[in-house]
Design a protein around this ligand. Structure first.
Ligand SMILES: CC(C)(COP(=O)(O)OP(=O)(O)OC[C@H]1O[C@@H](n2cnc3c(N)ncnc32)[C@H](O)[C@@H]1OP(=O)(O)O)[C@@H](O)C(=O)NCCC(=O)NCCS
Length: 172
């Protein structure tokens, strides 16, 4: 994971605050926190790997409850820069949404996307999310506050989205 992040820093640093000043200790802390978060059901972090090369780290995707009482969850992801543009983020996000609705029983899944992150906007649209609005100065990245858009998909919308993604071959 550390090597994949290091190989992707210019792209990750643009949008993700944790990528700034990234080193091995950040990777180690993430893995430790991730294991305890999984055990406590605070967050479910997945490593993204290719069938044909299972030891090669491609990226991460996480799903976590933001409002357990209302069954709202959020998804976040990154893909190593030399493997972008191949549909991997779209595919793994579709699968994680399926886990969110069908295994974690969420009512609503949210994506928060930095304004200007057009690739991520396209993922939200492709996966049937509805734009809800813009959150001002939501995250500080490298000393600059950036706005985020918020997008959502509801459990009632999932069956139709799932059928489309399955017939398009994005979801098994
Ligand atoms: C954003 C990110 C996850 C996209 O990953 P990816 O595997 O390339 O995504 P996909 O291949 O599924 O493509 C998603 C969309 O972006 C478009 N896209 C991908 N690479 C592109 C490129 N280099 N230029 C323009 N568009 C591109 C694709 O065409 C696709 O849109 P479409 O379905 O309308 O054709 C990846 O670039 C990344 O990790 N970026 C840095 C971290 C980040 O932004 N995380 C998300 C925070 S919300």
């Amino acid at each position: 994971m550390h090597d994949a992040v290091r190989a992707s820093l210019p792209e990750l640093e643009e949008w993700l605050p944790w990528a700034i000043g990234y080193d091995r200790s950040v990777a180690q802390r993430f893995v430790r926190d991730s294991a305890s978060a999984w055990n406590d059901a605070r967050a479910f972090d997945f490593a993204i790997r290719l069938h044909e090369e299972p030891d090669f780290h491609v990226g991460n995707i996480s799903v976590w409850p933001t409002s357990p009482a209302n069954r709202v969850g959020e998804i976040g992801y990154w893909i190593r820069s030399d493997l972008t543009g191949d549909g991997i983020a779209t595919e793994v996000t579709a699968r994680t949404i399926q886990i969110g609705f069908e295994e974690l029983h969420y009512h609503k899944i949210v994506l928060r996307i930095a304004v200007g992150n057009e690739r991520s906007d396209r993922i939200a649209k492709r996966l049937g999310f509805t734009f809800e609005g813009t959150l001002r100065d939501e995250v500080e990245v490298g000393g600059t506050w950036i706005d985020h858009t918020t997008w959502s998909l509801l459990e009632s919308e999932w069956p139709e989205v799932r059928d489309t993604l399955q017939s398009d071959g994005v979801l098994l």
